[in-house]
Design a binder for this molecule. Structure first.
Ligand code: LLP
Length: 442
């Protein structure tokens, strides 16, 4: 499986964005996150075009920054003309300090603190996505103090249970996110939002889940959401302008996975929307979406240096297991631990070699942090470079300092050039926030 601009060059090395990955590892050290800039840009453009061509009204694509956000990424998203979804004050600050236009920012979060609400209002972000009644009233008050009328979307829960890992489901009724439609609470919130003086209700939002490999749950959610648009009109006389259906489109972690292409996804989503608009007598509102993973996951590859290899006898066939350790692990990729996520990998400096040896890739944390169980990658030796694919989403973003590891460098590669967009932390960064009370000083 080769993704984006990945290819095997004539030295038999994996190349990404025209850069030899063995050279990248030597130049920047490992672990190293490599982001394929041309692929991210192409993904943004293709996603936007797929919907512009098919949706009968205006369509806005909002990149979900939670998947991967550094200032350079905010710049890239701005250049590509997409909007940006931020889920917390730190993401908002990253975007604002990278000069991302505030009017194209959507501010999410199920428990926004006062300082976050204030930062969003003062920056004049384009839309708050309001999660609950408390936030609605708090935002109204704080927008009033700032002399601003804040545009919002109301996050509602359509009651759809998507088929994905239980920890990344959000559309079902039993969730911490949003306000339920089925018990009438969402309609009450709409009515309240419409009369609050410092709030402008633009529309409704839902997000049902992540890494969805088919469109079934989106189709079900659309039906509920469009019906809800019709009942808002019936109850209040107001035809709200916007419908945001969140993100969630899945990607390939394994060659055997087959998520819908953006074009197929757009065909099905727009077809389902049009039918629902017709059935419920709704004029097509502006359509908003928030893809995160689908735009960046396959554009990311993590490079590790291989360390010791251990052969261990096991009861099951074939009677032994090779543990190959890498110089990172759950601090740079917690997803296998959290969601039993699976990954593909290859030996980057022997990318063309036959794959005739099954090994298990182990991290170097003080835990059983297995990154990949039983993967066929062929011969390996200490010092080889391992490339783990599809790590562009929710890897750097979820990295930690567990065991006081240093968060790795991130580079953007493009046409043979590699630029650092996140600098590897150093040992002084690790102790930067530590304070020793006087009574404990030596
Ligand atoms: N919009 C909202 C409101 C969301 O909650 C999310 C993801 C997205 C958009 C983007 O979803 P995407 O297109 O990336 O599926 N850490 C987990 C994924 C958590 C997703 C949380 N919300 C993982 O590593 O799989």
């Amino acid at each position: 499986m080769l993704l984006g601009t990945q290819r095997v060059n004539d030295r038999g090395h994996l190349e990404i964005g025209g850069c030899d990955t063995a050279e990248l590892a030597a130049q920047f050290g490992t672990p190293l996150y490599v982001m394929d800039e041309a692929t991210i840009r192409a993904n943004c453009q293709r996603y936007v075009t797929a919907f512009e061509k098919r949706y009968p009204g205006e369509s806005l694509v909002t990149y979900a920054g939670k998947a991967f956000l550094v200032q350079a990424m905010a710049r890239l998203v701005d250049e590509e003309g997409l909007s940006l979804d931020v889920a917390a004050g730190g993401e908002l600050y990253t975007a604002l300090t990278a000069d991302f236009p505030a009017e194209r920012i959507l501010f999410h979060g199920n428990n926004k603190s006062d300082w976050e609400i204030r930062m969003g209002v003062q920056a004049s972000v384009g839309r708050f996505v309001v999660d609950n009644f408390y936030e609605l009233r708090r935002l109204d008050a704080m927008a009033g103090e700032a002399g601003r009328v804040q545009p919002i979307l109301l996050r509602v829960t359509p009651g759809i249970d998507p088929h994905t890992h239980r920890r990344i489901r959000t559309g079902q009724e039993d969730t911490k996110f949003g306000i339920n439609i089925s018990d009438g609470a969402a309609m009450e919130a709409i009515q309240e939002a419409l009369i609050l003086p410092n709030i402008k209700l633009l529309g409704i939002h839902c997000h049902i889940g992540s890494q969805l490999l088919d469109t079934k749950s989106h189709e079900d959610a659309i039906d509920v959401m469009v019906e809800f648009l019709a009942s808002i009109k019936a109850h209040t006389g107001v035809a709200v302008e916007e419908l945001n259906i969140g993100g969630g489109l899945g990607v390939r972690y394994l060659e055997s996975q087959n998520p819908p292409s953006y074009e197929t996804f757009a065909d099905i989503i727009c077809g389902t929307l049009e039918k629902a608009f017709e059935r419920h007598g709704v004029t097509p509102p502006r359509l908003l979406q928030e893809p995160g993973r689908a735009l960046v996951a396959e554009a990311g590859t993590t490079l590790y240096t291989l360390g010791p290899i251990k052969k261990v006898n096991i009861v099951e066939d074939p009677g032994y297991r090779y543990y190959v350790s890498v110089d990172g692990g759950m601090s740079d990729n917690p997803r296998p631990q959290l969601y039993d996520s699976v990954y593909s990998a290859m030996v980057a400096n022997r990318a063309g070699q036959p794959r005739d040896r099954v090994v298990t890739i182990a991290g170097k944390h003080c835990e059983t942090d297995i990154l990949i169980w039983d993967i066929n990658i062929g011969d390996t030796d200490i010092g080889d470079i391992l490339a783990v694919q599809t790590t562009g989403a929710y890897n750097h973003a979820m990295a930690s300092n567990y065991n006081r590891f240093l968060r790795p460098t991130v580079v953007f590669v493009n046409e043979g050039q590699a630029d650092v967009v996140y600098e590897r932390e150093n040992l002084d960064d690790v102790i930067k926030q530590d304070r020793i009370p006087v009574r404990l000083k030596k």
